[in-house]
Design a protein around this ligand. Structure first.
Ligand code: UGA
Length: 443
């Protein structure tokens, strides 16, 4: 089929590559000329496992192309995805200007029936606004071109996005048009070969499904962080509690890892946006507010532990950080817990030496060159001259380190384990002080 995708960000590019991989002809449009030039040149702007070879191969084979010109793109697609950004505006609600601008562009140029698909995470009611914007532009042209708007939210995890896209748990389709559903079913048929994963519903339910999924996951994390904070005070170990509750299949083991708070471009933004949507409809979503608050506090947790350990004397100290990205297998630093930690350390007069397998460039881009930040090429290089080690992101490379080597390198041998990667006894046996998240002995 012929598919057009507006937006070559992480969602648009992954979706485009996967649809091309399934044999469709995909044309991706982006207003960013430099980015389109790079993509045409085979340079992939984000780090996402498996994405680069897929983009390169499909581009070479003519299944996937990029343009800045919306006109041929709108002529091309029988299905037109809108996958542009929806950043939070000042009050935390999703800013729809880019989505609606694309809708208008489509309305100005559409010549024949197309299914317009909202892939971006958008508040409930956005499909109606997209429909109205397209219709208004068509009316201004004085033409009648049929079209449908479908909500088809994505559930891609960064770092696993290609896999999630090729083998989805579910394909949520929100539509009130049989014709559009038939087109979408045809497009997704190759993803449904073994069993049908389509969950068909009305547009508003599909829009809310996306937010509900992310809010539920964020709630699980904040809940566990709250339990960790209680565990720490009552002298229990949250890691044992986690296994104790995860064994109940109604609770499950997934997404109940306590830590230094959740980050990324989705959870913080989506929890806030859903809260704002609820408020705009006269409902105070107290649970969501609490999820957000717990997370905000949790992002300061590592600093709190470090500050307490050094009796508030952080000026002139150097802290080594392992992990900067908001989670492993990405170079994404958006809302990363490492940022809060670094900023609090700097404010307290400490220096940071950091290692991350992928996010060093992004960190440099955000913070520029500064005396109190050294980005290292190797985990152990970050320890040179440092007083303490803090683990912020659970990259596999940090899972079984050489504790003797860490001890020898650190001025005051102490580890602040923000992802509970280590067994406290094993670290302590090696002669290092250990602080985890919610592990009774941390206090
Ligand atoms: C999230 C969802 O998992 C995807 O399903 C969704 O499609 C995506 O948002 C989106 O809306 O686009 P992502 O932001 O890539 O995906 O990251 P996650 O893997 O969900 O991790 C989010 C944060 O939660 C990370 O900072 C991670 O360290 C933290 N986390 C995760 C925990 O602290 N504990 C856990 O048990 C799990």
């Amino acid at each position: 089929m012929k598919v057009t995708i507006f937006g070559t960000g992480y969602v648009g590019l992954v979706t485009g590559a996967c649809l091309a991989e399934m044999g469709n002809h995909v044309l991706c449009v982006d207003v960013d000329e430099a980015k389109v030039a790079r993509l045409k040149n085979g340079e992939i702007p984000i780090f996402e496992p498996g994405l680069e070879p897929m983009v390169l191969r499909n581009h070479e084979e003519g299944q996937l192309d990029f343009t800045t010109d919306p006109a041929p793109a709108i002529r091309h697609g029988e299905v037109i995805f809108i996958a542009v950004g929806t950043p939070p505006d000042e009050d935390g609600s999703a800013d729809l200007q880019y989505v609606l601008a694309v809708a208008r562009t489509i309305g100005r140029q559409l010549e024949r029936y197309a299914v317009i698909v909202n892939k971006s995470t958008v508040p409930v009611g956005t499909a109606d606004r997209v429909r109205a914007a397209v219709a208004e532009e068509l009316a201004m042209r004085g033409v009648q071109v049929p079209f449908d708007v479908v909500s088809n939210p994505e559930f891609l995890k960064e770092g696993d996005a290609v896999e999630d896209c090729l083998r989805p748990d579910r394909i949520v389709l929100g539509s009130d048009s049989e014709k559009a559903v038939a087109v979408m079913r045809k497009l997704y048929a190759p993803f449904n070969r073994n069993h049908d994963r389509t969950v068909l519903m009305d547009v508003r339910s599909a829009e809310l499904t996306k937010y509900a999924a992310n809010a539920m996951l964020a709630t699980k994390i904040s809940f566990m962080n709250e339990i960790a904070n209680i565990a720490e005070r009552v002298g229990a170990d949250v890691e044992l509690v986690r296994q104790g509750i995860g064994s109940d299949p109604r609770i499950g083991y997934h997404f109940i890892y306590p830590g230094a708070g959740y980050g990324g471009s989705c959870f913080p933004k989506d929890v806030q946006a859903l809260e704002r949507t609820a408020r705009a409809h006269g409902y105070e979503a107290r649970l969501l507010g609490a999820v957000e608050q717990v997370n905000r506090t949790q992002k300061g947790k590592l600093f709190e532990l470090i500050h307490r350990h050094f009796d508030g004397q952080l000026a002139g100290k150097t802290v080594a950080l392992w992990g900067l990205a908001f989670k492993p297998n990405t170079d994404d630093m958006r809302e990363a817990s490492s940022r809060r930690l670094m900023e609090m350390l700097w404010d307290a007069g400490a220096r940071v030496r950091a290692f991350d397998p992928e996010a060093a460039d992004e960190t440099r881009r955000i913070y520029g060159d500064r005396d109190d930040l050294v980005l290292c090429e190797h985990p152990y290089e970050a320890l040179e001259g440092a007083d303490a080690l803090a683990i912020v992101t659970e990259w596999k490379a940090f899972r079984s380190p050489d504790f003797e080597r860490i001890k020898a390198a650190l001025g005051t041998p102490v580890i602040f384990d923000g992802r509970n990667l280590y067994t406290p006894a094993a670290v302590e046996e090696a002669g290092l002080a250990y602080y985890g998240i919610g592990r009774g002995r941390s206090l």
